[in-house]
Design a protein around this ligand. Structure first.
Ligand code: GZL
Length: 307
């Protein structure tokens, strides 16, 4: 991709000549920080130059960053689209400039899948299903309605849309399980706390919080404790990510179940780029493997957690 030095046919470049542009979402959560570290260290180890930008969760900043990488004629562009829509124009510009694009973490809703080489990341619908399955099992004998509130991720983001979908589909098997309030906390701890404070005021009886990431769940814990209630007991909490702070809260009994979403995409991203650089091909969709954690499992897993 980009302009090959010396004008000869685009053969594989030595990795220390490759230049890759990465447009990161922001630094909104523990997951994102771990994801950034994984990417930066993987490129360092592979001796591949990485241009890196933080969009503060703003799509226009990500688009600007991608345009600047196109201007600079990088060899590959990779990014985690903060929301699913609005990418076709800039991705067509990358295509016109012959720069392959690799999606990591989040997906775009573009109909034209020639606009990116592969999408490397989790199955968020599956994550929502795993969270829902735990809730269905937890309340399988419930005879009275179970009041659930949902702290949604960033509006329009693939993980927010899909985690809500997978969860709703799964809990629909038990009509007692009802989502009585649902609002975005933008994947941040502060956002989760603010929304949970409001939900506690307007809903006298909340049985469970389903938060689309640990950080909003940790914010909800602060709001629940400030209201004089016991998180994990008076109000149960289910979250997604399994970052260290979330796993600590799980081990401490303040969260009841966590669905893991692995941020460690750096090595796989380097593998994709190395393969492409050598003229190889990669799958259109590369799934990350991940698991779930109960409170007991968190106690044993915590010492080895990398992030
Ligand atoms: C999921 C990732 C989400 C995390 C949040 O792959 O996009 O964004 O679940 C992060 O913690 O902010």
């Amino acid at each position: 991709g980009g302009t090959t030095a010396g004008g000869d046919a685009a053969g594989p470049k030595a990795t220390d000549q490759l230049v890759v542009g990465f447009a990161q979402v922001g630094a909104e959560s523990g997951w994102r920080t771990a994801n950034t570290k994984s990417i930066q260290s993987a490129f360092e180890e592979a001796n591949i130059e990485l241009k890196f930008s933080d969009a503060q969760q703003k799509q226009e900043n990500q688009i600007k960053a991608i345009r600047s990488y196109i201007q600079q004629g990088v060899d590959y562009i990779s990014f985690s689209p903060v929301v699913e829509t609005g990418w076709d124009a800039v991705l067509n510009e990358a295509k016109a400039a012959n720069i392959p694009v690799i999606l990591t973490d989040r997906a775009v809703d573009s109909k034209d899948d020639s606009l990116y080489v592969t999408f490397l990341g989790s199955d968020f619908v599956e994550e929502g299903k795993k969270a829902g399955e735990w809730v269905v099992n937890e309340y399988k004998d419930a005879s009275a309605p179970v009041n659930i509130v949902q702290l949604e991720g960033t509006t329009g983001a693939a993980p927010a849309i899909d985690r809500a979908e997978g969860f709703a589909d799964t809990i629909s098997s038990n009509p007692n399980l009802t989502v009585i309030a649902s609002q975005t906390g933008d994947f941040t701890r502060a956002g989760g706390k603010q929304v949970m404070e409001a939900m506690l005021k307007s809903n006298p009886k909340i049985d469970l919080v389903y938060a689309h990431n640990d950080d909003m769940g940790l914010g909800a814990i602060e709001a629940i404790e400030a209201a004089g209630l016991v998180p994990g007991k008076d109000i149960k909490i289910v979250t997604v990510d399994a970052v260290k702070d979330g796993m600590q809260a799980l081990a401490d009994g303040k969260i009841n179940f966590i669905v893991e979403c692995s941020p460690l995409l750096g090595p796989q991203l380097v593998d994709v780029i190395t393969t492409l650089n050598e003229g190889g091909t990669v799958e259109k969709r590369i799934l990350t493997d991940e698991t779930t954690f109960t409170q007991e499992q968190a106690v044993t897993a915590l010492p080895d957690r990398q992030y």
